[in-house]
Design a protein around this ligand. Structure first.
Ligand code: S3P
Length: 168
């Protein structure tokens, strides 16, 4: 049975781009948890938060994580808050190697400041909000099997590092 490759990390850490590249190079299917949720609900993440709230979102996120964790040999691209429920990380680890893509709050802010689709960052002080959430979540992200430096603008470094580590 081939273990899944699971990517976790804060919004804007490059999870989706890195997941797609890994999928291409390893010829593995990529499952994006947020895409599963949007397809199932027939609503954007933004609209799910707006209409039904964060608790509802976290419930369906948990269902999607359980489902994806039953697969084999896939790359799983998780939303940044997946670590908030410890059962999620347990399920993902039961059948996968979990990589935390680490980028500083300042780098994250520079990457995502022009974007509008992330409901949790729609505040008057997005950098302050990123810093606060980041520090709350850091101990959870640190439970990953591997930490990968994702501060560089290019995804090549993190992709090569992940490939190296799974070959070992
Ligand atoms: C969230 C991150 C988002 C998405 C939702 C909540 C979070 O995914 O799941 O907006 O709590 O950090 P990305 O990390 O792919 O932006």
């Amino acid at each position: 049975m081939g273990k899944n490759i699971v990517l976790i990390g804060f919004m804007g850490s490059g999870k989706s781009m890195i997941a797609r590249e890994l999928g291409k190079r390893l010829k593995r299917q990529v499952i994006a948890i947020d895409d599963l949720i949007e397809a199932r609900e027939n609503l954007s993440i933004h609209d799910i938060f707006k209409a039904k709230g964060e608790v509802y979102f976290r419930d369906i996120e948990h269902k999607a994580v359980k489902e994806a964790s039953c697969r084999e040999n896939v790359v799983i691209d998780c939303g940044g808050g997946v670590v908030l429920r410890k059962e999620n990380l347990q399920a993902l680890k039961s059948n996968g190697i979990v990589f935390y893509l680490e980028a500083t709050p300042e780098v994250i802010y520079q990457r995502i400041k022009g974007e509008t689709h992330r409901p949790l960052l729609k505040t008057s002080d997005p950098l302050g909000c990123i810093k606060e959430l980041f520090h709350q979540r850091l101990p959870l992200y640190n439970q990953a099997d591997h930490t990968i430096d994702a501060n560089d603008a290019s995804i090549e470094g993190p992709v090569a590092e992940i490939l190296k580590r799974i070959e070992k």
